[in-house]
Ligand binder design. Structure first.
Ligand SMILES: CC(C)(COP(=O)(O)OP(=O)(O)OC[C@H]1O[C@@H](n2cnc3c(N)ncnc32)[C@H](O)[C@@H]1OP(=O)(O)O)[C@@H](O)C(=O)NCCC(=O)NCCS
Length: 101
């Protein structure tokens, strides 16, 4: 969490890792780094669940439905067959991705 909090001060880091929509959402929250940190964890979890190689973290992003429920976009398009669960607090952020197809 602390690593992401420091890194999130850099606009260059943010643009390299997060989509415009993710940056806008996180920046609009009271504690942006919690939301950045959990999305970073989500990208890694999805990357591992899908067994993606040679793909940048920017390629994977987290969308939210009207209730705040997260889902996965790959190259900006909804990725079917993978579910995401996110949780975060002041010091920890965790993401679980489950692939069923
Ligand atoms: C979904 C819920 C469990 C989130 O819990 P929380 O204590 O706010 O926060 P957590 O750190 O555990 O999780 C936050 C993440 O939950 C996820 N989340 C939010 N709403 C969600 C939903 N409806 N379904 C699944 N995941 C959800 C988001 O990814 C969020 O992270 P983000 O804001 O960075 O996108 C909680 O809001 C809830 O119980 N909602 C259902 C009931 C409800 O809507 N009540 C309204 C007030 S009574």
């Amino acid at each position: 969490m602390e690593r992401v909090r420091k890194a999130a001060r850099s606009a260059r880091f943010l643009k390299r890792v997060f989509s415009k929509d993710e940056i806008a959402y996180c920046m609009g929250r009271k504690s942006p780094w919690q939301h950045f940190a959990v999305r970073f964890a989500a990208k890694e979890a999805v990357f591992k669940a899908l067994g993606m190689k040679g793909v940048s973290l920017l390629h994977i992003s987290v969308a939210r439905d009207a209730n705040g429920r997260p889902s996965v976009l790959v190259a900006g398009k909804p990725e079917p067959g993978i579910a995401l669960s996110l949780t975060h607090s002041d010091h920890y952020a965790a993401a679980v991705a489950v692939r069923w197809a």
